[in-house]
Design a protein around this ligand. Structure first.
Ligand code: NAD
Length: 279
């Protein structure tokens, strides 16, 4: 396992496990399976409704809390100083912990400046080891970066072979904020698992399409948290450290970049209206 050192010196595993869309009733089992395989970093969110499952699994694992790296995110219905502050306490409770390793603002909508202040306060109180944002594209990222007293340690954005986030990455690097991928397998969109280039490259190394796509991100310095509820796939997604993609293969994969989302654009007014409808 490789670790990334964040801008405040905190070390974070570069490979972790995400639980978006993992049913509440399956989360404990999935996280316990993942722990057995060797995962120690877990990504959840208030909006996923399964923080408690992550907390129970970690408690049941019998391993010391310090071995784990837990990320959660403040949802937009909890945006604003007071609500965000209360929601941090709720997340701590649900996760059965007295500190969160990484706390992110899930979406750049609502009074997220108030949320950021509440996160800074929690950070200073030792309830959170690192704070950051998610889905903040360069326009909003630069604004909050400028505003923040405690600079965002991480920005979690859609990143995979078809959307390599070249522009966002340039600005994150400039301000020393770590890029963390969501959807590292593009959730299978764009026929990811049948991609001919990834298949051909995988055949050379005796690796699957998933492993090649994930390794590409690791070699590019991206933090990844692939999701699967199946033990064999969790293992597959974890076994990434016994091969290295050549410079030539990295270049071929770089050419798969479309520069566009395979989900939705945060710049699209229809997307923003949809988020507003939740508030
Ligand atoms: P992902 O790209 O990790 O794809 C997961 C899907 O790919 C699985 O549901 C399964 O269908 C398939 N899959 C996984 N491993 C496979 C394998 N080895 N072979 C074949 N198929 C396989 O998608 P994701 O879950 O959206 O993203 C990962 C994590 O990122 C989430 O669980 C969550 O923690 C986080 N996330 C965050 C945001 C955000 O807005 N911040 C949004 C989406 C996801």
């Amino acid at each position: 396992m490789d670790y990334i050192t964040l801008n405040n010196g905190v070390k974070m595993p570069q490979l972790g496990y995400g639980v978006y869309q993992t049913p509440v009733e399956d989360t404990e089992r999935c996280v316990l399976d993942a722990i057995k395989i060797g995962y120690r970093s877990f990504d959840t969110a208030q909006a996923y409704g399964n923080e408690a499952g992550v907390g129970v699994a970690i408690a049941k694992s019998g391993l010391p809390r310090e071995e784990f790296f837990i990320t959660t995110k403040i949802w937009i219905t909890n945006a604003g100083y007071e609500k965000a502050k209360a929601s941090i306490e709720q997340s701590l409770k649900a996760l059965q912990t007295d500190y969160i390793d990484l706390l992110l603002i899930h979406q750049p909508f609502g009074d997220y400046y108030g949320s950021y202040r509440a996160m800074e306060e929690a950070y200073e109180a030792g309830k959170v080891r690192a704070i950051g944002v998610s889905n903040f594209y360069p326009d909003r990222f630069l604004d909050i970066e400028h505003f923040a007293k405690i600079k965002p340690a991480v920005n979690q954005i859609e990143t995979h072979v078809f959307q390599q986030q070249k522009v966002a990455k340039e600005y994150l690097q400039k301000y020393n904020t770590q890029i963390m991928s969501w959807g590292p397998l593009a959730e299978g969109r764009n026929d990811f698992f049948n991609n001919e280039t990834l298949k051909e490259i995988g055949a050379k190394y005796g690796k699957s399409v998933a492993q090649v796509g994930l390794k590409f991100l690791l070699q590019n310095g991206v933090v990844i948290i692939p999701k699967s509820t199946h033990v064999e796939r969790m293992e597959e997604n974890f076994n990434l450290y016994d091969f290295e993609l050549s410079a030539e293969d990295m270049k071929r994969i770089e050419e798969l970049d479309t520069g566009n989302s395979v989900f939705f654009s945060h710049y699209d007014p229809a997307t923003v209206e949809w988020f507003m409808s939740i508030l």
